[in-house]
Design a protein around this ligand. Structure first.
Ligand code: ZN
Ligand code: ZN
Length: 112
């Protein structure tokens, strides 16, 4: 069971978690958005997974420079096991369980 002891949220930078076992995780915004566990992003319904691509040029957008920088509008607790993130690109169905967050930890130790 992975429990966070402390969660530091910066809506323009990302999330840092201190776990009860002393582990520390640091998640950047784009990485978190790409790791969204919802059915749309993971293709759970048999559809093409929609992986967020911050720098992908959009041929339909004549003003690619105006693509707004990704931010979190809201982060709210879901029970005691997860958080839900409301992204500035309108996506808000991702429920990030602490188990999932711990799994996607990017620190040198976890990457091994
Ligand atoms: Zn998603
Ligand atoms: Zn780690």
């Amino acid at each position: 069971m992975n429990d966070p002891e402390h969660i530091a949220i910066s809506k323009s930078k990302g999330i840092q978690i201190d776990w009860t076992d002393g582990h520390h995780s640091d998640y950047g915004l784009v990485y978190l958005r790409q790791q969204c566990p919802c059915a749309t992003c993971t293709g759970a319904h048999g559809t093409e997974p929609q992986i967020y691509q911050p720098d992908k040029p959009d041929p339909m957008n004549p003003f690619p420079m105006f693509k707004p920088t990704l931010k979190m509008n809201l982060v709210e607790a879901v029970g005691s096991y997860a958080i839900r993130i409301d992204w500035s690109d309108g996506h808000n169905t991702g429920i990030y369980s602490f188990d999932h967050l711990r799994k996607i930890c990017q620190c040198a130790e976890c990457k091994k």
